[in-house]
Ligand binder design. Structure first.
Ligand code: ARG
Length: 470
């Protein structure tokens, strides 16, 4: 490699009296991980060069050479022929050096009016924008899987919990749709983050803008950095443009929330799978055995997802801490934005994929759910509501039912197993229709408020989600 980029000590300028040690080279280089940005790096370079040409800052011949060189480099990287060099520090210098080796001076002209500071900020934004689009697709798949399982389980009743104590019976579909709501909000957040990610730093150069007559909006349009009206989206302050990583932090926050929702769901799957509940089974391919206890089937996938949530939340902490002490404008600290971002995307994508598949294949034990709801006086509130409708103030009704529950629990029976005469002992207004009210189905059917667990409402929600998710 004859390029002056080859040896940094000689390459930056004559200013440097000695070369970097191997340790410092390894410490400062990012090429081992940021080569992942190669495709968007080339995309950004081509958009920049095209604009330079359109502005009369690059000849037609040079523009053609750059396109030819980049096509060659693309082919080499795709086929694994490209040699990444640690000496060239990062993805940007590697590609530029190779371009110059391939097409000569045209390659050296590419960096006109540009700095690696606005280049890397552009690359990360382009890359993340594309990843957000993929993640949103995966999030929709997961929601569809949940809605599909919900649709098959509208009339399956399980105990709803508060404080993990049996509270009131709910439809299993209703429970699953609670997670669909969470993932729908996650999608809104990702869409919002995408909007602020999809803005162009290029043209800010190192920090202050540049003396060349660049057309930044043209570059933005070429790269698809436009709003919903097709308006070019360009970062408006050069100092901010090269140093802003808010979008990365926002993304990590949105990703953390997705993982927190996955983690809550994981916790429920783990509890539901335990022998003490026996509510569901997940397919064997998502579980592992124990090396010592032959009877075990462990819920490794949900457990790992719960664990990986800590890792993603950690990346959020890493990124936000990365920014807190930085003066304007670009600082090398920012090179540390990539690994947490990459790992967040990879962890989230794999988790979403595996959860969509795992949930679509769960086996539901409706009898175990119903039996659990039958224990624990889940319909006690219904009896109180019944008495209120007979004219009792709610607080008095609450107290009356507490006595009834106490009497039933002393005898080890359900409220429905107390004879009518005995129930009437707690309040004279209780009549034979109370048994319907005290049934699990009756309890569900009665909760018809918007957002309630009555099957009629749940079916409406399923229809709404199906319409929304297509
Ligand atoms: N590899 C660097 C990064 O990831 C590229 C920008 C370097 N700019 C600089 N002035 N050293 O941030």
């Amino acid at each position: 490699m004859t390029s002056q980029l080859h040896n940094k000590s000689a390459g930056w300028s004559a200013l440097f009296a000695e070369p970097m040690s191997d340790l410092v080279k390894r410490y400062t280089a990012s090429v081992n991980f940021d080569q992942r940005l190669w495709r968007v790096d080339i995309q950004g370079s081509l958009a920049h060069a095209e604009m330079l040409h359109a502005q009369g800052l690059l000849s037609a011949a040079d523009w053609a050479s750059i396109q030819r060189g980049m096509a060659q480099i693309t082919q080499d990287i795709e086929s694994g022929q490209f040699t990444w060099q640690l000496d060239l520090e990062d993805v940007h210098l590697n590609i530029e050096a190779r371009l110059t080796a391939l097409v000569g001076d045209a390659g050296k002209r590419l960096h006109t009016g540009r700095s690696r500071n606005d280049q890397v900020a552009t690359d990360v934004r382009l890359w993340l924008r594309n990843e957000i689009d993929t993640l949103r697709g995966l999030l929709a798949d997961l929601q569809r899987a949940l809605v599909q399982v919900a649709e098959q389980n509208v009339d399956v009743i399980l105990p709803g919990f508060t404080h993990l104590q049996v509270a009131q019976p709910v439809s299993f579909a209703h429970h699953l749709l609670a997670y669909v709501e969470m993932f729908a909000r996650d999608d809104e957040r990702l869409a919002d983050v995408r909007r602020r990610t999809n803005r162009l730093p290029l043209g800010s150069a190192a920090l202050a803008g540049t003396t060349y007559a660049l057309d930044r909006e043209r570059v933005a349009r070429t790269l698809g950095m436009v709003d919903e009206h097709g308006q070019a989206q360009v970062c408006q302050n050069s100092l901010d443009a090269v140093s802003d990583r808010d979008f990365a932090i926002e993304f990590a926050a949105a990703a953390s929330l997705v993982m927190v929702h996955i983690s809550r769901l994981s916790e429920e799957l783990i509890v539901w799978m335990s022998q003490n509940f026996g509510f569901i089974k997940i397919a064997d391919r998502f579980t592992t055995g124990s090396s010592i206890m032959p009877q075990k089937k462990n819920p490794d996938v949900p457990e790992l997802a719960r664990g990986k949530t800590g890792r993603v939340v950690g990346h959020l902490m890493g990124l936000i801490t990365l920014m807190k002490g930085q003066p304007l404008a670009y600082n090398k600290d920012n090179q540390e934005d990539k690994e947490p971002l990459f790992d967040t995307v990879d962890t989230l994508a794999d988790t979403l994929r595996i959860f969509a598949e795992m949930l679509a294949g769960i086996t539901v034990n409706a009898d175990a759910m119903r039996a659990a709801a039958q224990r624990g006086y889940a319909t006690a509130t219904d009896l109180a509501d019944y008495l209120v409708k007979k004219g009792l103030p709610f607080r008095d009704a609450h107290e009356t039912v507490a006595h009834a529950v106490k009497a039933a629990s002393v005898r080890g029976v359900d409220l429905t197993e107390l004879p009518l005469a005995e129930l009437q002992g707690f309040h004279a207004s209780i009549e034979a229709d109370v048994f319907e009210v005290l049934s699990l189905q009756g309890s569900l059917n009665a909760r018809q408020t918007l957002g309630g667990t009555a099957p009629v409402r749940v079916r409406e929600q399923i229809a709404r989600h199906k319409g929304r998710l297509g």
